[in-house]
Design a protein around this ligand. Structure first.
Ligand code: KG4
Ligand code: ZN
Length: 351
């Protein structure tokens, strides 16, 4: 993305889950992206403990801000606006980030923008792949979200076409990982196993793809039935004293998830006459999704944009990128007394 020397310098702060992210963006250029993660402290619990994450954010916040400013060689006084994740996410962690952002905005006398985390996962792609086309589709998939968004303007007009009715894609991988006896988070382990297995070995169900689901849930996802099907299949084999062919189970399960995500997304692109797809969120690291999306988008004439994985997991760059877009669009700043919203609607870009 070209440097825009005169554009405002936006500091982005992300704390919706276990990553403390701080980044600086000017126009479409990323100056620095500093991240501290508390994942290691959660791994032994098999899931994110909000209280542990909150405390880690509190401890990491000032050092991460200082590291970001130091790396970019920028003084706090040069910052023109502060963007912060206002939701969705975990209330405690969100509150730590919002408090830090409000203190900075108040202290520096600069505007505050409370922005949407999920939309940030799409916004970050502009830092890597350049300005967005007029209209595009965004599939945001992670441990916490699986959402299909029609984006007319990343700063002002986002429509949620569908989302998961139960588990997020990464969450389903983590749950299946647990039942297969893999370490937490199971997603990357299943991915690795799946690469050695046969995706056609077992025909697992494709949630919400039946004709009866098309009226209400054409673009929604459901992975809990699939997870149960895998559990039943494994249980039956175990009861029969048979060995579980882990690579085949992983490959067949991963194929079912990638199939549903890509088929519904491409159908939505056709339905809305959109020829660009942005995929974001930590689950977009998944090889089976990447391969299937690349293959199907190429066959359908859809341009696929997936940022490098470090910008797909939670980070400050996504929030600074969305903040920069919001500032450029002339959106009014947020009030300093905004609250955080754990279930912030996906149509709200800025609070
Ligand atoms: O975006 P992220 O870092 O955190 C959330 O906001 O949730 O996403 C992490 C999720 C976890 O569920 C993890 O298991 C999954 O993404 N994940 C993967 C892969 N890498 C991460 N799932 C499948 N295949 C992968 N390669
Ligand atoms: Zn996320």
């Amino acid at each position: 993305m070209p440097d825009q020397p005169g554009a405002p310098l936006v500091l982005g702060i992300e704390t919706s889950c276990d990553e403390t992210g701080v980044a600086l963006v000017r126009g479409g250029e990323l100056l620095v992206d500093a991240v501290a993660s508390s994942m290691d402290e959660h791994a032994r619990f098999g899931g994110i403990i909000p209280e542990v994450a909150s405390r880690a954010h509190l401890e990491a916040m000032i050092p991460t801000i200082e590291r970001a400013l130091g790396t970019a060689g920028v003084g706090l006084s040069e910052v023109d606006a502060i963007a912060v994740t206002a939701g969705p996410g975990l209330v405690g962690p969100l509150t730590i980030g919002a408090s830090a952002a409000k203190a900075l905005a108040l202290g520096l006398g600069k505007p505050l923008y409370g922005v949407n985390h999920v939309i940030g996962h799409a916004a970050v792609d502009a830092l890597v792949d350049g300005p967005f086309p007029e209209r595009f589709m965004a599939l945001v998939v992670s441990g916490g979200h699986s959402s299909l968004l029609l984006v007319d303007d990343i700063a002002t007009k986002v429509t949620e076409l569908g989302s998961t009715l139960d588990d997020a894609a990464g969450e389903a991988f983590d749950k299946v990982g647990r039942l297969l006896g893999l370490p937490y988070p199971g997603g990357p382990h299943i991915d690795r196993l799946a690469r050695e297995g046969n995706p056609d070995a077992i025909r697992f169900p494709r949630g919400l793809t039946a004709a009866k689901d098309q009226e209400k849930h054409a673009y929604d996802f459901s992975f809990s039935g699939l997870k149960t099907a895998v559990a039943r299949w494994v249980e039956t084999k175990r009861d029969a004293g048979e060995e579980i062919p882990l690579p085949d189970v992983a490959a067949s399960f991963a194929a079912a998830v990638a199939d549903v995500l890509t088929a519904k997304t491409i159908a939505a692109c056709h339905r809305h006459g959109v020829d660009t797809l942005v995929v974001g969120g930590g689950f977009s690291a998944n090889s089976q999704l990447r391969d299937m999306a690349a293959e199907r988008c190429a066959a359908e004439g859809i341009t696929l944009r997936i940022p490098p994985i470090r910008y797909c997991t939670d980070n400050g760059a996504m929030i600074a990128a969305l903040g920069s877009a919001v500032v450029a669009a002339g959106v009014a700043p947020s009030d300093l007394d905004i609250g955080v919203d754990s279930s912030m609607p996906l149509t709200t870009v800025t609070v």
